[in-house]
Ligand binder design. Structure first.
Ligand SMILES: [Zn+2]
Length: 314
């Protein structure tokens, strides 16, 4: 090899390497092409009809506990967005009736949360959640990732809590076998009412066990808890999925399915702007929803535990 060919090789490399690096950055952080055929049926009329199949009073209020906080560049959670930090929170919700409650998502314990990069862990909120789990008539999760199901697994009262968990097989798979046998199995095709005004919406995509949760409050206000189908409000507003770095390589999600779901949610938000869409981790958006009065901050003290036989029909 002559010196001339060496220099020529280095020159080619000098051009190629920046191009390859730019292509990798584009692919990992900016690519958001909506594959043809990415469609998801999300029919609000059908969801409302399903919600009415369980007779009785709908929840009076919905409470939220913010269990943990961190920041990440927005572009990591929303492909093609800016690199400025976005506030990410880890939350649990409780649907409250005068005589019953359903907990939605459960965060994860302090050690696991810090190991996953959480900056602030709210111990008082965690204690209120752990006190609420054994009192709940049902515990459901938007999906099986540790930051949503971990609060169930870490419960010091798991023998009481596990039978109250209503989980899809894909969600229950993360529980140790001994506890997996104790949960209430859940199977359904597309929609399933589990209590008056509460409907599960099957939404495989972010994970195989992902679902969204529709709730109608006693005053008629409606919600969809989107889980990590939409971690941020911007995922829906701009129909932008998580970056491929997170979606493809960390979460290993079905990107085409997620984009179809985001598109359907955007269409729903346009058609029915009164609907409150609750994202999985968007601290700013969830703060606005609390300020607007659609969510009540903190789990309030609850009356005495209900026997498990009072669980809502499933
Ligand atoms: Zn999550």
């Amino acid at each position: 090899m002559t010196m001339r060919s060496v220099w020529r090789g280095l020159a080619v490399l000098g051009i190629l390497m920046p191009l390859l690096a730019a292509a990798a950055v584009y692919w990992l952080f900016y690519d958001n092409r909506l594959p043809a055929g990415s469609r998801f049926p999300l029919d609000l009329a059908a969801i409302r009809t399903e919600a009415d199949t369980v007779p009785g009073a709908v929840p009076d209020r919905i409470e939220v506990e913010v269990l943990a906080f961190r920041q990440a560049p927005r572009i990591v959670m929303q492909a093609g967005a800016d690199w400025a930090p976005v506030d990410l929170i880890y939350a649990s919700y409780r649907l409250v009736w005068p005589d019953r409650s359903i907990v939605v998502d459960s965060g994860q314990d302090e050690k696991s949360a810090h190991a996953a990069g959480v900056a602030v862990f709210e111990r008082p909120a965690w204690r209120r959640l752990q006190a609420a789990l054994p009192l709940a008539d049902a515990i459901i999760v938007t999906h099986e990732h540790p930051d949503h199901i971990g609060g169930i697994i870490a419960s010091p009262a798991l023998a009481t809590v596990a039978p109250r968990a209503l989980l899809l097989p894909e969600q229950a798979a993360l529980l140790p076998a001994r506890w997996r046998r104790m949960v209430q199995p859940l199977r359904y095709a597309s929609l399933k009412a589990i209590a008056p005004g509460v409907v599960l919406i099957r939404a495989r995509g972010h994970t195989p066990g992902s679902q969204m949760i529709y709730v109608r409050r006693a005053d008629g206000h409606e919600y969809i808890f989107m889980g990590d189908t939409a971690s941020l409000a911007g995922n829906v507003v701009e129909v932008r999925a998580r970056s491929r770095l997170v979606g493809d390589h960390l979460a290993k999600e079905d990107r085409s399915a997620v984009l179809g779901q985001l598109w359907a949610l955007q269409q729903l938000a346009i058609a029915d702007p009164q609907l409150t869409l609750v994202p999985g981790h968007d601290g700013t958006e969830i703060g606005k929803i609390i300020t607007a009065g659609w969510l009540t901050a903190h789990f309030q003290p609850q009356p005495a535990p209900q026997p498990i036989t009072d669980a809502p029909p499933v």
